[in-house]
Design a protein. Structure first.
Lengths: 173, 228, 306
């Protein structure tokens, strides 16, 4: 055994330490950047007001976005879905988009919230054009989940049994 | 420390965790129930959380409480590699189980004419895999600090806090708390343009931080059979 | 740097304990020595071993094993440890456990099967049990398996904590043979045991530890001439020739002579017989001549020296 080559079994994990430090800095940095560069309010989607009666008469399914200014997942959904050109285009093409902000205390807004039993934010509700049960997605689990929810709401066949509200969307947050 | 030692530790962990009849059976039952649930809800169900907690609980803590760790550490074994082996073992085992479950669900849904697009299945598997390795990094860190299965209990306890207390601690803090306990990477956030950099860095930062803290804690850990 | 074990001023205190578990222990164990540790329960022997193995970290002092720090990777390759009441991965088989540790020890996979078989035979574990799960092993079998894993890779430093506890007499004999064999190979052994007669047979030196400090170190191999020490007692009488003279006449060495007893180092039985004949011829009314034992016992009796 040569005393010169000493490797400890309790050696400091230098690579891991450096990596953790760098990533932590990047995390904080991008967090600050995102906070300082919020997306335009409403994103790229053409939102209607809750009391816009013409919205429901257009023959397209209506997408209700129940959200709030203080709600972090709402902001993320805003940035990643509504400010994203592709998703925004999909929404505008296939839906009539109505935003019901938490700060909006008008009668129409309250009625909508009560009708759709909104108790957590964000909640997306799709009201199909004709007869049909509304579909909802509670919470924000990522761009992909919202997109597939929107796509599936468009292609939805009538389910054979009424879906239980708790199972239709999983709150992964 | 050679790859053979790392592999031996990983295989031993797999065998210890999965070949216990009670646990193994519980996991299989759970996977099948998720597949059945998928048929009912017409959606992919993600079994990640329960499986990770079942298989990942006490990865290091059990070795401590059952008294095998002191002897293990008298072998030519770098302690950081031991932590890495535990993380990889739990992560890989649960990822495989989850992927198989998701594929099973996709098959079941396809046969019921409710086909899920391949892209969505891939995205679900990717997200599950990232969640598994994420949560197990947190669990391994807790496991170094606590013995037996207390790490899973701590995780559950801590994850309930933001649900109840988000009005008190503030939304932002509750968010970060949740992101720490439940690190996850979404396919479209990572690979679609524009990349959600904050989310990506958040995830990898949590994982590396937990592993780093776990190694630092295990390096300082004193182990003994001593009572006299 | 010494190829043995050097301990300087080792102190170990636990956070909430009133007194330190180890208080300034200093010791040097030479390479190839079999060094015993005795002392009452709670004296700090297992703590001491824990520090030597890098499982516990000293509050103060330094330890060097083979010139390296206790947590050195290379040192781990040359170390074997048998803890007291070793805990096993109970779901493994005996053989599987040894295979696993053989791999962890960084030994060559091509020789694994052969070396593991040889070790299992050496510790006297019956082949029928090699493939049964460890949870079915008896206490003696567990201890043998524990000894087997400690011997993996022919370590240069071996730490044994109560190796013979729960082992049947056949096992005790097997272990003694193993220790003798190890001694011939020049392995440095630290042996912690309550079985004083076993220690007396195999150890070169023994340290008596009490209250976290070494109170005394007994050298059991004093006297280059003899491997045995005979204690002779006789009735009080007037004799012309001194005991030492008679002893040196037959080639033995008198270690200690008191009015009615003496300790003499002898080489073998023939010499013992010659000594007794000579004493008889000189007029000593010998009452008893017996091999010395109980040197270590005396350490436990308060107020008596060696």
């Amino acid at each position: 055994m040569r005393p010169g080559s000493a490797v400890s079994t309790r050696g400091r994990p230098t690579v891991l330490l450096v990596l953790a430090a760098v990533l932590l800095i990047a995390r904080v940095g991008t967090g600050i950047y995102d906070a300082r560069h919020p997306p335009p309010l409403g994103g790229l989607v053409k939102w209607r007001a809750p009391d816009d009666a013409a919205a429901t008469a257009e023959g397209k399914p209506v997408l209700y976005d129940f959200s709030a200014a203080w709600c972090e997942p709402c902001k993320r959904m805003e940035r990643e879905v509504f400010a994203n050109p592709e998703s925004a285009a999909l929404i505008d093409a296939s839906y009539v988009a109505v935003r019901v902000a938490d700060e909006d205390q008008s009668a129409a807004a309250k009625a909508l919230r009560a009708r759709h039993r909104v108790d957590s934010l964000p909640t997306l509700v799709v009201q199909p054009a004709g007869e049909g049960e509304p579909r909802r997605l509670e919470g924000y689990a990522g761009r992909g989940s919202v997109r597939s929810f929107l796509k599936r709401a468009l292609e939805a066949k009538q389910p054979t049994m009424p879906p239980l509200p708790e199972l239709e969307g999983r709150d992964k947050n | 420390m050679s790859f053979a030692v790392l592999r031996a530790l990983i295989v031993a962990t797999w065998r210890e965790r999965l070949l216990r009849p009670l646990f193994g059976g519980l996991c299989l039952v759970f996977c099948f129930s998720e597949i059945s649930a998928a048929r009912l809800t017409h959606e992919l169900q993600d079994p990640v959380l329960i499986l990770t907690l079942l298989i990942g609980a006490g990865s290091v803590g059990k070795d401590v409480s059952s008294g095998v760790l002191p002897l293990l550490f008298t072998r030519p074994l770098v302690r950081s590699r031991y932590v890495l082996a535990k993380w990889l073992a739990v992560g890989s085992a649960v990822t495989v189980l989850t992927a198989l479950t998701l594929l099973g669900e996709a098959l079941v849904l396809a046969r019921a004419d409710l086909g899920v697009p391949r892209a969505e299945v891939t995205a679900a598997i990717f997200q599950s895999a990232s969640t598994v390795f994420g949560i197990s990094s947190v669990l391994v860190f807790f496991s170094v600090l606590l013995s037996s299965f207390a790490d899973a209990l701590l995780w559950i306890g801590l994850s309930v806090v933001p649900q109840i207390g988000h009005r008190f601690v503030g939304q932002r803090i509750a968010e970060e708390w949740q992101a720490f306990l439940y690190p996850s990477l979404e396919w479209s956030a990572t690979f679609d343009h524009p990349v959600a950099w904050f989310r990506v860095f958040s995830y990898f930062s949590t994982v590396t931080l937990c592993l780093c803290l776990a190694v630092l804690a295990v390096n300082r850990k004193e182990l003994s059979y001593a009572s006299g | 740097m010494s190829p043995g074990i050097e301990v300087q001023g080792l102190t170990k205190s636990y956070a909430r304990a009133k007194s330190p578990a180890l208080a300034g222990v200093s010791l040097e164990v030479h390479e190839g020595e079999v060094f015993g540790l005795v002392g009452p329960n709670g004296a700090g022997k297992t703590t001491f071993m824990g520090c030597l193995l890098g499982l516990l970290f000293p509050t103060a002092g330094s330890i060097r094993v083979g010139g390296r720090a206790p947590d050195d990777l290379e040192l781990r390759r040359a170390t074997g440890y048998l803890p007291e009441r070793l805990q096993f991965d109970r779901w493994m088989t005996g053989r599987g456990f040894l295979d696993f540790h053989h791999c962890l020890a960084g030994l060559r996979p091509s020789q694994r099967a052969g070396e593991v078989t040889a070790l299992l035979e050496r510790v006297g574990l019956e082949p029928a049990h090699w493939q049964s799960p460890i949870k079915k092993y008896s206490r003696g079998m567990l201890q043998r398996l524990g000894m087997a894993q400690a011997l993996l890779g022919e370590p240069r430093f071996l730490f044994l904590d109560e190796p013979a506890s729960g082992v049947d007499p056949a096992g005790v004999l097997a272990f003694r043979e193993i220790l003798t064999d190890l001694k011939q190979r020049g392995t440095t052994v630290i042996l912690n045991s309550h079985q004083l007669d076993q220690l007396e047979r195999v150890c070169d030196r023994v340290a008596y530890i009490e209250g976290g400090a070494i109170k005394q170190i007994e050298n059991l191999r004093q006297g280059e001439v003899g491997r045995r020490v005979l204690v002779v007692r006789w009735l009080a009488t007037d004799v012309a020739t001194a005991f030492e003279a008679i002893a040196s006449q037959v080639g033995a060495r008198a270690l200690e002579v008191a009015p009615e007893r003496a300790r003499v180092a002898i080489a073998d039985d023939a010499q013992a017989a010659a000594l007794l004949r000579a004493l008889h011829a000189a007029g000593y009314p010998v009452v008893e001549a017996a091999p010395e034992s109980g040197r270590l016992e005396r350490l436990f009796r308060k107020g008596e020296g060696a």
